[in-house]
Design a protein around this ligand. Structure first.
Ligand code: ADP
Length: 289
């Protein structure tokens, strides 16, 4: 989300990818599997979407479709507009005074930027998980129950909390300590708790902005496994600077490059194995960060 935090990791991501492509056939296999089943109905469609922060253009005429019940990865160097694009989907850019949006962002066939769309209601249907785990300073239980309570969906609350924690693959680790502070969990557990909190209210889409970048490799692998499972129930859009991660877990990939341009979008398999745009090839082979 914040390009200041990711400056050098993008370059490393590029070269790590090259190394891993040579030694880890699972990466190409994961990309190949993703590519084979990338087609479902679109749930989100961007049409000529452009964003400015004051006079600085951060996105330029982006058009792409996010497929239902698939994982869509957004990759590219820092500062090229990935987070900005994602924040358009649930109108989080509304909270940034300098931001101005042009073009259309359709969710379920309807432009979210028309005046009759309530962004609060929109965000109930499109949840978000951030780069750094940000549980509330409350108990594990209350973190998951929070959204259900404020949306008056608190009938059968215990069962709903349990279901969300199970879907987030955290239940077994916390079921005997639900009253303990969420802040006492490990970083990886906190991030799975944030995912449980996001999905407790049954959104249709879960946006994830570099959800594993603050985590160690084991916790990262757990989050990746979880994302792969989540797409049976939800549509996932993930920003990642880690190309192995995009190749492993996504079905479709969009590549943003400097100037806020989406230079290529398509099945992950094609993007990583046979991109049309030579700049994409240069990026994924680590020729620039
Ligand atoms: P990425 O997610 O690819 O790193 P961002 O969407 O964060 O890229 O940033 C795209 C451009 O928009 C960058 O030039 C960045 O400095 C600028 N930008 C992002 N957020 C803001 C903001 N809140 N205010 C002003 N400029 C911003």
């Amino acid at each position: 989300m914040n390009e200041r935090n990711t400056t050098d990791t993008d370059t490393n991501g590029g070269s790590d990818f090259l190394v891993d492509m040579e030694v880890d056939p699972e990466v190409t296999e994961a990309a190949a599997e993703g590519g084979q089943e990338a087609e479902t109905k679109p749930i989100i469609e961007a049409r000529d979407l452009s964003v400015w922060y004051n006079d600085e253009q951060a996105l330029e005429n982006v058009s792409m479709e996010v497929r239902r019940n698939k994982v869509t990865a957004l990759i590219g160097p820092s500062g090229c507009g990935k987070s900005t694009f994602m924040r358009c989907i649930n109108r989080m850019n509304d909270l940034i005074e300098a931001a101005r949006v042009e073009g259309e962002l359709l969710f379920d066939g309807r432009n979210v930027y028309t005046s009759d769309v309530d962004p609060v209601v929109l965000r109930r249907r499109i949840g978000m998980v951030f780069q750094t785990p940000n549980p509330f300073p409350k108990s594990i239980y209350d973190n998951v129950a929070y959204g259900l309570r404020i949306q008056n969906k608190d009938d059968n609350l215990d069962k709903k909390v349990e279901t969300a924690l199970k879907r987030a693959a955290l239940w077994d680790e916390v079921k005997d300590r639900l009253d303990e502070s969420a802040l006492d969990l490990s970083g990886g557990q906190q991030q799975r708790l944030c995912i449980a909190r996001a999905i407790s209210v049954d959104p249709e889409v879960v946006l994830m902005d570099e959800p594993a970048s603050a985590l160690d490799p084991i916790a990262t692998a757990e989050i990746e496994d979880l994302i792969a499972e989540l797409c049976t129930d939800y549509t996932v859009v993930i920003v990642t600077h880690n190309m192995q991660q995009a190749a492993r877990i996504s079905h479709n990939t969009g590549v943003f490059l400097t100037g806020g341009k989406l230079v290529e979008f398509g099945p992950t398999k094609k993007i990583f194995q046979d991109p049309d745009d030579s700049r994409v090839n240069d990026y994924i082979t680590g020729k620039f960060g």
